[in-house]
Design a protein around this ligand. Structure first.
Ligand SMILES: Cc1cc2nc3c(=O)[nH]c(=O)nc-3n(C[C@H](O)[C@H](O)[C@H](O)COP(=O)(O)OP(=O)(O)OC[C@H]3O[C@@H](n4cnc5c(N)ncnc54)[C@H](O)[C@@H]3O)c2cc1C
Length: 341
């Protein structure tokens, strides 16, 4: 078996921000064997390594002076099932939304609210993707990886992943040490759908659906997302640029006296409240503004967009301006959700 590296590869079509940046070397791996061969090349070259999934949660700010390896390990397998649940193992290079549709098609419940999130299955545990009241951590049983330093396999059980709000050990203590190759999901056979978040219930009511199936929920989520979020195929972006900041509840109460219409979500930690970053950005006047080739989306203030030909640095400069205004107005530090490369 032989794996070929390409040199000075333009990554524009491999990131949803559609930013031009060159990788010094680049290769695609479709199996663990190919990955291990490529890791041997990385070791010999002593160069930096970047793993790429769908490129929907990263921003290139410069050319990458190292090796970029794109994960295309496919395959979905049912490992076991009983009357209540099923354990499904999925190759990390499968497209997340296609995996969701597979589950919906089979009647396996748990991920339907996460429909249409771009990217790969392998990246889903890294920031514990979440939407419409559901986080992927609630369905993950284990995460299989290759350890870069040893090229050995390692399996993390969900409770070893330290999942948090858009967070896990793969972004913290174990950052850059493992390549995720497979994810095992525990999905339910008896669906208890979650329609409480956002506009899901409203969409179902409009359609006269009284007892929604997981397909109904996934269809509603797809419709809502299409109406609200820019499609990266048409307008470069990486979804929410910032995380919703978690602030002490006392600070939130103080803000609420000044801004009674501010909404909130429960924080991950005791005594903390999640404030809506989109609301803070909108209130600070940025929604719909354009600066050069970049701007803040007109419908969704959390999304920074590339109107065409933008550099990563332009995106960073705009994000810094937004952070400055939000800090000045509300005393809150916004933290990027997107991985800055
Ligand atoms: C329009 C839009 C909407 C979005 N909506 C949401 C949303 O609702 N909720 C949400 O949580 N996210 C959302 N996102 C963000 C994004 O879709 C997710 O973070 C997704 O999981 C990223 O997957 P990816 O394969 O594209 O990762 P990439 O962007 O390719 O990589 C992200 C990071 O993970 C690392 N990585 C990727 N794969 C692996 C692997 N197999 N092993 C080790 N490291 C790896 C990369 O090195 C990088 O640091 C949205 C993005 C867009 C563009």
């Amino acid at each position: 078996m032989k794996v070929d590296l390409e040199f000075q590869k333009d990554l524009k079509k491999y990131n949803t921000f559609s930013i031009s940046a060159r990788a010094k070397s680049f290769a695609i791996f479709k199996s663990e064997k190919e990955l291990i061969l490529l890791l041997e090349e990385v070791e010999k070259s002593k160069e930096a390594l970047l793993i790429l999934g769908g490129g929907s949660n990263l921003l290139f700010t410069q050319d990458y002076q190292g090796i970029v390896l794109k994960n295309e390990i496919k395959g979905i397998q049912i490992l076991s099932e009983d009357k209540d649940s099923v354990l499904v193992k999925c190759g990390a290079g499968e497209v997340w939304h296609e995996f969701v549709q597979y589950c919906v098609g089979k009647g396996f419940a748990g991920v339907e609210n996460l429909a249409l999130i771009p990217g790969t299955v392998g990246a889903s545990p890294i920031q514990n993707i979440g939407a419409y009241g559901v986080e992927v951590k609630d369905t993950i049983e284990s995460v299989e990886c290759i350890e870069i330093a040893t090229k050995n396999k390692k399996r993390f059980l969900a409770n070893e992943c330290a999942f948090g709000y858009r967070d896990s050990i793969f972004k913290k203590t174990e950052k850059g040490k493992y390549i995720i190759t497979q994810v095992a999901f525990r999905l339910k056979k008896q669906a208890k759908v979650n329609t409480s978040y956002g506009a899901i219930q409203q969409v179902l009511d409009e359609k006269g659906i009284k007892s929604p199936t997981i397909r109904d929920v996934s269809t509603a989520v797809i419709e809502i997302r299409k109406s609200k979020l820019p499609n990266p195929a048409q307008l470069g972006n990486a979804g929410s640029f910032f995380k919703n900041p978690e602030i002490p509840s006392a600070q939130f109460e103080q803000l609420k006296t000044q801004y009674p219409d501010i909404v909130s979500y429960p924080g991950f930690k005791e005594g903390m409240i999640k404030a809506p970053a989109g609301w803070l950005i909108e209130r600070s006047g940025w929604k719909g503004k354009t600066v050069g080739n970049v701007g803040v989306h007109r419908l969704q203030a959390l999304v920074i967009v590339n109107y065409g030909g933008a550099s990563g640095q332009e995106v960073i400069d705009l994000s810094m301006e937004i952070r400055k205004t939000v800090k000045e107005m509300f005393g809150i530090d916004l933290e990027p959700e997107v991985n800055i490369i």
